[in-house]
Design a protein around this ligand. Structure first.
Ligand code: ADP
Length: 218
């Protein structure tokens, strides 16, 4: 049975960064509901139009929309050997739906819970920048571009994600506390394989190594 690695943790805890590193090391797909939703918004699809305002307010989009996205994605052949879920599930309803989908697909849930202090989170997220041309990510504090707020690869001026302003970050943290934090208890109670990992001790590569070790994949 292959593992579905579920990354839990508040926004800005480094789930996306870890998902990229782990997907590369483990050779399995990285599924980010945030990225998929942002692609829909950018493409101006019907789904994108429905979720745009919700996302820029830092709130969660309705369960049935993300559930459908993830169920379709997990049904593709590249997930048969395992996958990494980043930003999903985010509510008990999503976790319940996911449990059924994973069981049908023969995937075994393994939880990695990234813990990071909220003050660190706000500082991290508000310093986050992205290249609108190639998608490269930067952080003005921890991973700054060589030239002032321009992409190292193509020189494009960097931008912040619309929902990365301090005010919206606070809203996202509140959504996390109210809707997503209960998942920690949910998975512990369900007896799932569960690993707690500090998300602010060491470089992203060091944290990834620690996770791989816990998974017995080092
Ligand atoms: P972060 O983890 O940094 O908050 P994401 O890229 O995972 O960022 O998510 C950005 C936004 O996309 C969320 O604030 C929310 O509006 C929406 N979103 C992503 N995943 C989900 C999900 N599983 N359920 C509901 N909304 C989601």
């Amino acid at each position: 049975m292959s593992d579905a690695l579920i990354l839990l943790g508040p926004p800005g805890s480094g789930k996306g960064t870890q998902a990229v590193l782990l997907a590369e090391r483990l050779g399995i797909p990285h599924i980010s509901t945030g990225d998929i939703l942002r692609e829909q918004v950018a493409a101006g699809t019907e789904l994108g139009r429905r979720v745009q305002a919700i996302m820029s307010a830092g709130q969660l989009v309705p369960d049935e929309l993300v559930n459908a996205i993830v169920e379709e994605r997990l049904g593709r052949p590249d997930c048969a050997g395992g996958c990494i879920l980043d930003g999903y599930p985010r509510t008990i309803g999503q976790a319940e739906q996911l449990a059924g989908v994973l069981a049908r697909r023969g995937l075994h849930p393994v939880i990695v819970n990234l813990a990071v202090d909220y003050n660190v989170i706000v500082a991290r997220i508000t310093a986050r920048r992205q290249c609108p041309a190639c998608g490269a990510s930067y952080n003005l504090i921890t991973n700054p571009p060589r030239e002032d707020e321009r992409c190292d690869r193509d020189g494009t001026p960097l931008v912040a994600r619309q929902d990365d302003s301090e005010q919206v970050v606070r809203q996202r943290l509140e959504a996390y506390e109210r809707q997503t934090l209960p998942l920690v208890e949910y998975y512990r109670r369900a007896g799932a394989v569960f690993h707690d990992v500090p998300g602010d001790e060491g470089s992203p590569e060091e944290i990834a190594r620690r996770i791989l070790k816990l998974l017995g994949k080092e």
